[in-house]
Write a protein that binds this ligand. Structure first.
Ligand SMILES: Cc1ncc(COP(=O)(O)O)c(C=O)c1O
Length: 442
């Protein structure tokens, strides 16, 4: 597969050109890669009006993902803002007021999109402990019938690696004629499993992937995918909507990285992914033999529920960091490790050796408080843009939350802007060591 963006940047650099254009570093600097950091000069195309090398590269990505695919240099965050715009415009085009039924574990970028676009949210709390937000087809159907939403928005996989049954959930959405958008920030690689577990292949209408989280792509590189079933109108408008939220100077380094990844994804990635999954499985089994509890879910996350082994996630993380092994995430209950095919066999061996040096202790019992459903008194937009003040969590009972600065466990908000802070939210914030919270000024 060709890499038109990389080729253009390399050949420009090789010409030793006189750079009478931005950026100001003129291709030199201490980082060493400034030479390829360009702006929209002649021949370099434009991300939001792509007609040349960027269009060709996005077409390559589209053929790899089997659906129209667009680049973001501002992560899944920009794609989520764009997806929400499409969901709102789609509802309006049908004469309806946008109302999105969303899994409560939505990332904060979704909340910010709700504030910017001012759409109504109904929360899906899932079946059991809503922190993992497991949503069955029965729950989804019941909520669709009760709330009459214009779209459904789910996060899959979540930060801990849990996977939903997207195929069945998508068929419920189709039955009720509501669009299904998936935050697949953690799952770009799912397309390269056999069979694919990518949300678009399982029936979602639109989805975002943070390429940088699981593929060999620089931080910030992401994809927005639209299914073929999505109205042609939104395919024509997608770049226009993206521009509402984006910088007018998208990074060519990130676009080049997405372009270079196409070549890898087209050739070696599937094989190296499947070999890596086998190695990770062997490692998971060794850890289970040693007594660890590993959550099931997506193959490329190793999520240890640490208290059964006698430690908090923070304690296990400290052991690892003393061995110069750095986890993706840890809190009181979990540690999340995110290997990729670019980790060597030796990396996995070092991880296993370090974890297996730790001796099992008696179970640490949990004082975890279950989150109750919060009462909404104003819209996300009203709360986020209202005059606000920071107060101590211990004094926040009964106040209206005004920000998304409280995020726990990973990416899950115990209280959302516009909701009254209840007893369980206070307890959960304290549990995660959150001492202050922004509230709407009385
Ligand atoms: C579930 C989820 N969605 C969206 C995002 C935002 O992704 P990005 O950092 O690529 O903008 C994250 C980031 O951690 C995430 O965990």
């Amino acid at each position: 597969m060709k890499t038109p963006i990389v080729n253009f940047l390399k050949s420009y650099q090789e010409k030793s050109p006189v750079r009478m254009h931005m950026p100001g570093h003129k291709g030199c600097g201490i980082l060493g890669f400034e030479g390829m950091d360009l702006t929209e000069i002649y021949g370099a195309d434009e991300l939001f009006a792509a007609e040349g090398i960027i269009k060709e590269s996005e077409q390559n990505a589209s053929s790899l993902f089997g659906c129209p695919t667009y680049y973001s240099t501002q992560g899944s965050t920009l794609c989520i803002q764009t997806m929400c715009t499409i969901l709102c415009q789609d509802a309006k085009s049908k004469g309806k007021k946008p109302k999105i039924l969303a899994g409560r574990n939505a990332h904060r970028s979704f909340i910010h999109a709700a504030a910017l676009l001012d759409f109504e949210i109904e929360w899906l709390y899932g079946n059991s402990d809503y922190l993992s937000c497991t949503i069955s087809t029965e729950t989804l159907e019941k909520e669709i019938v009760e709330n009459n939403p214009t779209a459904v928005y789910l996060t899959n996989p979540d930060y801990l690696g849990n996977l939903l049954d997207i195929k069945s959930l998508a068929s419920i959405c189709k039955k009720h004629d509501v669009l299904l958008a998936i935050d697949n920030a953690h799952g770009a690689y799912l397309r390269f499993l056999e069979p694919s577990l990518h949300p678009i292949d399982l029936g979602a209408d639109l989805c975002c992937d943070s390429a940088h989280k699981t593929l060999p792509v620089l931080t910030g590189g992401a994809y927005l995918h639209l299914s073929d079933s999505l109205n042609q109108v939104w395919k024509n408008d997608v770049k226009h909507f993206m521009e509402y939220f984006s910088s007018t100077s998208p990074s060519y380094l990130i676009m080049a990285s997405l372009d270079a990844a196409n070549e890898v994804l087209d050739t070696t990635f599937k094989k190296s992914l499947s070999e890596c999954i086998q190695r990770v499985d062997v490692l998971k089994n060794a850890l289970i033999q040693h007594g660890y509890t590993i959550l099931s879910g997506e193959p490329m996350k190793i999520t240890i529920s640490t208290k059964e082994f006698g430690y908090t996630g923070n304690e296990i993380a400290n052991f690892l960091m003393e061995c110069d092994i750095y986890p993706e995430f840890y809190d009181s209950d979990y540690i999340v490790l995110m290997p990729s095919p670019y980790n060597t066999k030796d990396d996995l061996k070092r991880l296993e050796t370090c974890l297996c040096k730790i001796e099992r202790k008696s179970v640490v019992f949990n004082s975890f408080h279950k989150l109750e459903r919060a009462r909404k008194v104003m819209s996300v937009r009203q709360a986020l843009f209202a005059p606000s003040t920071m107060i101590e969590v211990s004094k926040s009972l009964g106040q209206v939350c005004s920000s998304v600065s409280v995020s726990c466990p990973p990416a899950i908000l115990p209280v959302i802007p516009g909701e009254v802070i209840g007893e369980s939210s206070v307890e959960v914030m304290k549990y995660y060591g959150i001492e202050t919270v922004r509230v709407v000024k009385e």
